[in-house]
Design a protein. Structure first.
Length: 78
């Protein structure tokens, strides 16, 4: 019984610690810093800049733009 009470108190403490992690969600990236994250170097691919170039070549060859996912702000001004 002693072990059960220790485990339950530890699980309660762990639950309280996990709940406090979600208490203050703020935007960590300032608006003037977002251009750094949108840089092709920051992509998940190993060759971000080369992938962006090949994407452009593919669009020019296929005569289609944005067919495989485009990056636009939603305002229609790509």
């Amino acid at each position: 019984m002693r072990i059960l009470s220790i485990l339950s108190s530890l699980s309660l403490i762990a639950l309280l610690l996990m709940a406090t992690g979600c208490s203050s969600v703020k935007p960590w990236v300032k608006p003037y810093e977002r251009d750094n994250l949108a840089d092709p170097v920051m992509s998940l691919s190993r060759h971000g800049t080369a992938d962006a170039y090949m994407h452009h070549v593919y669009q020019a060859r296929e005569s289609a733009r944005g067919a495989e996912g485009g990056s636009g702000g939603g305002c229609g001004c790509n």
